[in-house]
Design a protein around this ligand. Structure first.
Ligand code: 4AZ
Length: 451
């Protein structure tokens, strides 16, 4: 039989249903008679728009509450706890290079210790509580090295540092057989310290910006206006109480600056040093005891544009006032790496100085590129270093002279790599800022200041 029409098939089905299974049809008819009115009742009750809205609102409120509680317990119910510890490392011989955080040896060993601690905690049941470990000092112990370390955790507010000490200690115990190439003497003891203790430790060390003072996870430099404490080593050198030059604090008593700042007045009497981001509301003032200008400063070429200034009284280091790190003689500064220049200098060539400290992000330019015929055509000597942005616009300018050009190392310590020295006007493309290369004068600074 070929094609049957739909009505043929329907007729056949109707016939079969009625004749072969008559009971089924009766039952099905009676079921539908019973269910029909009930269905009408249920749909009118549950699809009532008012009830639906109520259910949706209740659901949303429940989800919001759950999210709120989760955020609260994950973020706000936690407080920072700090511990201090000392690790004795037996298989690393102590050398002089390990006495300064500026050396490659110090940086490599500290990073190795920091990642060893970090790995141990990340593999432990404290992985969600561990934040950071930072080596604050390497010292000689016997023939080996002892590393003083600060560690930060975030625990629930219901716990305090002391109650969690045992758990932290238990994890550190595992380090004895899993120390990634370092031979640790014995399980290190730990001491609970406060956030104020941690801040004090970093304030005494060199090169710590606010994020390191609290061992924070974040690091941000936003905008161009600096906050108090953002660049704690920045100094304003004032002549008869008027801002004249920038400077950078390298110890409690010494400020590094440019020689050309003292071309007209080299007698310390009218000079003062001002600390804090605002020159109108300074955080501190100090008188100047002596000014040491480099013997071979040449004003024609700006060679050896470097000077150190001794304060009359030592400044106590605080959160907002402390020293920068000095680079080693051998420190290589990588072309195209990021650096920051800070100061109260003019915003345009020929403009006025400003009263709130400003910062500019620039990139290091190789001396070869900076000496190109379209740039400075050979006027940049080996004791100088250039930094700028290809399109111009961000640069040091008049009044920034003597101030710092700084870079952050892999351990978040900041180094002064340059001192604002000269340039053709300000912010022009192909005419970057030229700075005194601090690493080239590391020995001169040591001889003059003992730092
Ligand atoms: C100045 O006259 C000066 N653009 C300082 C830095 C620069 C230019 C001029 C670099 O003190």
């Amino acid at each position: 039989m070929a094609a049957q029409t739909a009505s043929d098939i329907n007729q056949m089905l109707a016939f079969r249903t009625n004749s072969t299974f008559p009971n089924v049809n009766i039952i099905s008819t009676s079921l539908s008679t019973v269910l029909q009115p009930a269905r009408v009742v249920s749909s009118s009750r549950f699809l009532n728009p008012f009830v639906v809205a109520l259910v949706v609102i209740a659901g949303v409120a429940l989800v919001a509450m759950a999210i709120g509680l989760l955020i609260h317990f994950l973020a706000f119910d936690r407080k920072a706890c700090f511990y201090r510890s000392s690790f004795q490392i037996l298989n690393v011989e102590y050398t002089d290079e390990l006495s300064s955080p500026a050396t490659k040896e110090y940086r490599i060993l500290s990073e190795q210790i920091e990642s060893m601690i970090s790995n141990i905690f990340k593999e432990s049941n404290l992985r969600n509580q561990f934040i950071r470990a930072h080596v604050i000092k390497l010292r000689q112990s016997g023939r080996g090295v002892t590393a003083d370390v600060v560690m930060k955790f975030r625990f629930s507010k219901r716990n305090n540092g002391d109650s969690m000490k045992g758990r932290v200690q238990a994890v550190l115990q595992k380090m004895l057989n899993n120390s990634g190439g370092l031979e640790i003497n014995s399980s290190p003891g730990i001491t609970t310290i406060t956030s104020q203790d941690t801040e004090n430790i970093f304030t005494q060390a060199c090169g710590a910006r606010p994020d390191l003072l609290t061992l924070s996870e974040e690091r941000v430099i936003g905008g161009t206006l600096a906050d108090d404490g953002d660049w704690p080593w920045q100094v304003s050198l004032q002549l008869n109480n008027v801002h004249h030059c920038g400077g950078v604090l390298i110890s409690n008593t010494w400020v590094l600056t440019a020689a050309h700042c003292f071309k007209s007045y080299s007698n310390p009497e009218p000079w003062t040093a001002i600390f804090g981001a605002s020159t109108v509301y300074p955080k501190r003032r100090a008188r100047i005891r002596s000014i040491v200008v480099h013997n071979n400063y040449r004003s024609g070429t700006q060679e050896n544009d470097i000077a150190v200034v001794q304060l009359n009284t030592a400044v106590p280091f605080t959160k907002a006032i402390h020293r920068v790190c000095l680079p080693e003689q051998t420190m290589s500064i990588v072309p195209d790496s990021t650096a920051y220049v800070t100061g109260w200098g003019a915003l345009t060539y020929g403009g006025h100085t400003v009263s709130d400290l400003r910062q500019g992000q620039v990139r290091i330019i190789s001396n070869a590129a900076c000496n190109a015929p379209t740039a400075y055509n050979g006027a940049v000597f080996s004791g100088m270093i250039c930094a700028g942005v290809p399109t111009g616009g961000v640069d040091a300018c008049q009044g920034d002279s003597g101030g710092p050009l700084v870079q952050e190392d892999s351990r978040r310590l900041w180094f002064v790599v340059g001192i604002v020295s000269w340039g053709y006007q300000c912010g022009l493309p192909e005419k970057p800022g030229v700075y005194t290369r601090v690493s080239a004068y590391r020995n001169w600074i040591r001889v003059q200041t003992g730092v």
